[in-house]
Design a protein around this ligand. Structure first.
Ligand code: ATP
Ligand code: MG
Length: 427
C-alpha cells in the first residue's frame, strides 16, 4: 500500500453524521435572513493580497501572522480569504452595487487563518457574514443585532451575551488614540513586544491583546467612551434604545475595540462562557470608511460575522436535536427482473413525493442480507421484490420499526400505502 496522505492541521472534514446538523443550521439561517430582506452574495475564496492588507490593516494579527498568501503562476500575490467583509465590499464596488443603492447581503463559507489549531479555533473555519451597505443610522445596527438574536433564540441557545461599544468617528478616535499613546508610553516597561510594536502604529490594538500579563495595564487605560463625539453619542444612545425596546440585554464594554481597522461607531460581540477560551461567537460593527478606502464612493456600512463551528458547538451544548438522515423507504430486490422493477418503483415514488428518501439495495445479496441492510439503514419501510412479486405486480411491504407482518401491495397502490406507513403528508 502507498503511504497515506495526511490531512492539513486545523482543516477538518465534516462527516455525514455532522453535515445533517450543519444543514439544519444553514437552512434556519437562510430562512431568517430572507425574512429580514437580506440576499445571498457569493464571492471568491481567493482575492488579491492587497485587498486584505488594505481593508483589515497591516498592523493586525490577521495580516501579520494568519494569512495564507501565495503567488500564482503569474507572480500575482493572492490570499485565501481570512474573512468576508473585504471581498463583499470589493464585489460591491466591482459590480457597481453601491452607487446610490443600498444592499443587504449575506455570504457563507470557509475562511482561512493560519492560527494555532485548538477547540473552536481552526485554520479552515466557516462564517456566516452579513453586511448592510449604504445605511447610516443606528436603526440598521439594531436590526442586524436583533436578527442575530433571532438565530440564538430559534436554536434555543441561552448562554450567550451581547457586548456593545462605540468607537466614535475617525476624528474623535484620533484624540483617543493620542490619549492611549500617552498612557501606554508611561508604562513602557509593562508592554510586551507586540504592544511595543503597535504603540505608535496602532495603539488601540493593544487593548485587544490576549496576553494575560497585560490585563491590568489594559484595564487601567483611558476609556474610549469618554472621548466620543456628540453625534456618535446620539447614534449609540439610539441604538441602545432600539435594543432596549427589543428586550435585548447588553453590556457596554469600553474595552471592545475589535480586531479590524476602519470600524467606526458601533461595535459588538456576542460572547459565551460555554466554549472555554474561544468565547466569541459573533462579532461585528460599523465600518463607514471602508468602501471609500477600497476605492468606492463614501458608503456607510455595518455587518457581522458568526463562527459556524462555535455556534454549532453551542447549539449541541444547548441540546440540539440532531435530525436523522435515514431513508424512508429501502427497496429490496433479488433477481434481475425484480431489480428492474425496483428501479421503476423507486423512481415513481421520487416523482410523486419529492421529500421522500428512497434507497435501493444496490450491490445485490440474498433476501436475508438485504433485509439486514434495510434494517441497519434506519429506514421506516422495506419494499421487497422477488420473482413472485414481479409476476403478481405486487411488492412485499414490511414496517421495519415495529412488529408487523409483511403485507402485499399492488404496484399502483404503493404510493398511498407507503405514505401512510412513513407518516409523511407533504408531496
Ligand atoms: P477570536 O478573538 O476568537 O480570534 P476574531 O476576533 O479573530 O475571534 P472575527 O474576525 O471577528 O474573530 O470573526 C468572527 C467570528 O468568526 C468569531 O467571533 C468566531 O466565532 C469565528 N472565528 C474567528 N476565527 C476563527 C477560527 N480560527 N476558528 C473558528 N472560528 C473562528
Ligand atoms: Mg482571531
Amino acid at each position: 500500500m502507498s503511504e497515506q496522505i495526511q490531512p492539513i492541521r486545523g482543516m477538518n472534514d465534516i462527516l455525514p453524521v455532522d453535515t445533517v446538523l450543519w444543514q439544519q443550521l444553514e437552512s434556519l439561517m437562510r430562512r431568517i435572513l430572507a425574512s429580514y430582506g437580506y440576499q445571498e452574495i457569493r464571492i471568491p475564496v481567493v482575492e488579491r493580497t492587497e485587498l486584505f492588507k488594505r481593508s483589515i490593516g497591516e498592523v493586525t494579527d490577521i495580516v501579520e501572522k494568519e494569512m495564507y498568501t501565495f503567488s500564482d503562476r503569474n507572480d500575482v500575490s493572492l490570499t485565501l480569504r481570512p474573512e468576508a467583509t473585504a471581498g463583499i465590499v470589493r464585489a460591491g464596488i466591482s459590480n457597481g452595487l453601491l452607487h446610490n443603492q443600498r444592499q443587504k447581503l449575506w455570504c457563507a463559507g470557509p475562511m482561512f487563518r493560519y492560527e494555532k489549531p485548538q477547540k473552536g479555533r481552526y485554520r479552515q473555519f466557516h462564517q456566516l457574514d452579513v453586511e448592510a451597505l449604504g445605511y447610516e443610522g443606528p436603526d440598521i445596527d439594531a436590526e442586524l443585532i436583533i436578527m442575530s438574536r433571532r438565530i440564538w433564540q430559534e436554536l434555543g441557545i441561552k448562554d450567550i451575551e451581547l457586548q456593545i461599544n462605540s468607537l466614535g468617528t475617525p476624528e474623535s478616535r484620533a484624540g483617543y488614540r493620542d490619549k492611549l499613546v500617552t498612557y501606554f508610553s508611561e508604562h513602557m516597561d509593562l508592554l510586551d513586544a507586540d504592544s511595543k510594536n503597535r504603540l505608535h502604529r496602532n495603539p488601540m490594538r493593544i487593548l485587544d491583546t490576549k496576553n494575560p500579563a497585560m490585563k491590568a495595564l489594559v484595564d487601567g487605560a483611558p476609556l474610549i467612551t469618554d472621548s466620543l463625539d456628540a453625534e456618535s453619542s446620539v447614534h449609540f444612545q439610539q441604538l441602545r434604545n432600539l435594543l432596549d425596546d427589543a428586550g435585548i440585554a447588553y453590556q457596554v464594554n469600553p474595552g471592545l475595540v475589535r480586531g479590524l481597522d476602519y470600524y467606526s461607531r458601533t461595535v459588538f460581540e456576542w460572547v459565551t462562557d460555554s466554549l472555554g477560551a474561544q468565547g466569541a461567537v459573533c462579532s461585528g460593527g460599523r465600518y463607514d470608511g471602508l468602501v471609500e478606502h477600497l476605492g468606492g464612493r463614501h458608503t456607510p456600512a455595518v455587518g457581522w460575522a458568526l463562527g459556524m463551528e462555535r455556534l454549532l458547538e453551542l447549539y449541541r451544548l444547548s441540546g440540539a436535536v440532531v435530525p436523522e438522515g435515514h431513508p424512508d423507504v429501502y427497496v429490496i430486490a433479488v433477481g434481475d427482473e425484480p431489480l428492474r422493477a425496483a428501479f421503476r418503483i423507486a423512481e415513481t415514488l421520487r416523482d410523486e413525493y419529492h421529500n421522500m428518501k428512497v434507497e435501493i439495495n444496490c450491490g445485490g445479496g440474498s433476501f436475508k442480507s438485504q433485509i439486514k441492510r434495510a434494517d441497519r439503514s434506519g429506514a421506516t419501510v422495506a419494499l421487497i421484490l422477488g420473482e413472485d412479486e414481479v409476476a403478481d405486480k405486487t411488492v412485499g411491504l414490511k414496517l421495519l420499526r415495529e412488529q408487523s407482518d409483511q403485507q402485499s401491495v399492488a404496484w399502483d397502490a404503493i404510493g398511498d400505502v407507503v405514505i401512510d406507513a412513513v407518516g409523511m403528508s407533504n408531496k
